[in-house]
Design a protein around this ligand. Structure first.
Ligand code: FAD
Length: 424
């Protein structure tokens, strides 16, 4: 896009931040509107009310960051990651002995990377902060949008209403050339977009809730080396498959593991039924052998009671855009269950593909008389929705299928036989 445009990005999560970076490095005026406060401010409530989730970053996401026009970004991001070369399946043999079984992801040893979502997000915000053509608007909630007149309205809770300590909100109106909606699964941009385009929309809550736990590092490791702080292998994504349930652990670069319990809602109700939590360690011993050696029972109980029990949603919709005015990316367009480890990766990939297509159309149109950026963008957005919907739906389906693989199929003799054959 050669002509300077005012691009507004809604949502300063990983996808919105990367989209802002792509837009700003093309010389546009970029404004980022975020519902919450600045993530880098310790008083800001984190997304999902959890400390931060650890994610698996794959080549799909890395490649999108590689093309952001910031050579140092990839080095910074990689420096804060831990390679996970495979899964480590934990179980118990019929004789009661605990076992671990490593299942590599790749015969060439390639790995996916464990990364702190908040850390990655902060890094992107820091880079944006240094760009003169980027302005942040935190505590700004999108409440309305007119995609024919290119106007949007926000509720602002930033303490500027006198005498009320920022509790009351004021409303502002803005104009824009192009809006990028990266405002997550419950996207307000998507909601308003539906009034302008014939959007097919489908959502599903799966019967599984998730809750976060932590494995603390060893208190007195034999040496100062970070690696000796980890209680289990730091280079694996650990899985305790429980058929109906699953417990996973992903390493963090401080020696801890962020763990997640995935279980049907009725089991949460059952575990919640006793306020003392006495049966929580028994439940773990039954289904996730060895976990109570890594997380003391009292800590399991307190984490279960104090951390939120959150739902998992899967969303498909199409198209992703309206005219030349707006497009939705990331979870706003295709929130998916986390079992394929691709939600954020696919969102970052959206950004790369969108800007590749916008650039291609800008190059095609640059020598046409009376070239109008809006009509160029309209053609580009049309192509973007066409090519991206199919891929996003496919990743969404794979993510749903992979829950069965992770919690049950990894234990089946057929799966092991197939793996054994692949290795011969
Ligand atoms: P979000 O991260 O949801 O950010 C949206 C932003 O928009 C937020 O900051 C929000 O405050 C803001 N916002 C919302 N509404 C408004 C509004 N009205 N106005 C202004 N701002 C607004 N993905 C992976 O790739 N790998 C993994 O291993 C992985 N593991 C996961 C594990 C779990 C348990 C979960 C729940 C998800 C996991 N994901 C994983 C998915 C990943 O977290 C999401 O895909 C990713 O965070 C989506 O990024 P986003 O920027 O699109 O949306």
């Amino acid at each position: 896009m050669e002509k300077k445009q005012k691009i507004v990005v809604i949502g300063a999560g990983p996808v919105g931040s990367l989209a802002a970076l792509y837009a700003a490095s093309r010389g546009n005026d970029v404004e980022i509107y975020e519902l919450r406060g600045d993530l880098r401010d310790p008083s800001t409530t984190p997304l999902n009310f959890t400390k931060s989730i650890n994610l698996a970053l794959s080549e799909r996401g890395l490649n999108a960051m590689r093309h952001a026009g910031q050579p140092k970004l990839i080095d910074h991001v990689k420096a804060a990651t831990i390679p996970m070369r495979g899964r480590m399946i934990h179980g118990k043999k019929p004789n009661g002995q605990l076992y671990e079984e490593a299942q590599d992801y790749d015969i060439h040893g390639r790995a996916i990377l464990a990364i702190d979502r908040g850390g990655l997000n902060k890094r992107l915000l820091d880079i944006l902060d240094e760009m003169p053509n980027v302005t942040f608007f935190f505590n700004h909630k999108l409440t309305g949008a007119d995609f024919k007149k290119n106007k949007a309205w926000f509720e602002v809770k930033d303490g500027t209403v006198s005498g009320d300590k920022g509790q009351r909100a004021r409303e502002i109106e803005i104009d824009f050339d192009f809006m990028i909606g990266a405002d997550g699964a419950h996207s307000a941009v998507r909601y308003h977009l539906m009034k302008y385009t014939r959007m097919d929309y489908e959502q599903q809550y799966i019967d599984t809730l998730w809750c976060e736990f932590q494995i603390q590092p060893k208190e007195n490791p034999e040496d100062e080396n970070l690696m000796s702080k980890f209680r289990i292998s730091p280079n694996h994504l650990h899985i305790w498959p429980g058929k109906k349930f699953m417990f996973i652990a992903i390493p963090s670069d401080d020696g801890t593991f962020t763990c997640t319990l995935f279980a049907p809602a009725e089991f949460y109700t059952f575990l919640e039924s006793d306020p003392s939590g006495a049966h929580i360690p028994d439940f773990f011993d039954n289904y996730f052998p060895g976990v109570t050696d890594l997380i003391p029972p009292a800590q399991l109980i307190s984490s279960f009671h104090s951390n939120p029990h959150l739902p998992l949603i899967s969303i498909k919709c199409k198209p992703y855009h309206y005219s030349s005015s707006a497009v939705i990316l990331g979870d706003a367009a295709h929130a998916m269950v986390p079992f394929y480890g691709q939600g954020m990766n696919a969102g970052l990939e959206d950004v790369r593909i969108l800007f590749d297509i916008l650039d291609k159309h800008a190059r095609m149109d640059e020598n046409t008389a009376d070239h109008d950026p809006a009509s160029t963008r309209e053609r580009a957005l049309d192509e973007y929705s066409r090519v991206r919907v199919q891929d996003a739906h496919a990743i969404n389906d794979l993510a749903l299928q992979n829950y069965v693989e992770m919690r049950a199929s990894v234990l089946s003799p057929t799966y092991r036989f197939r793996k054994w054959l692949e290795e011969q």
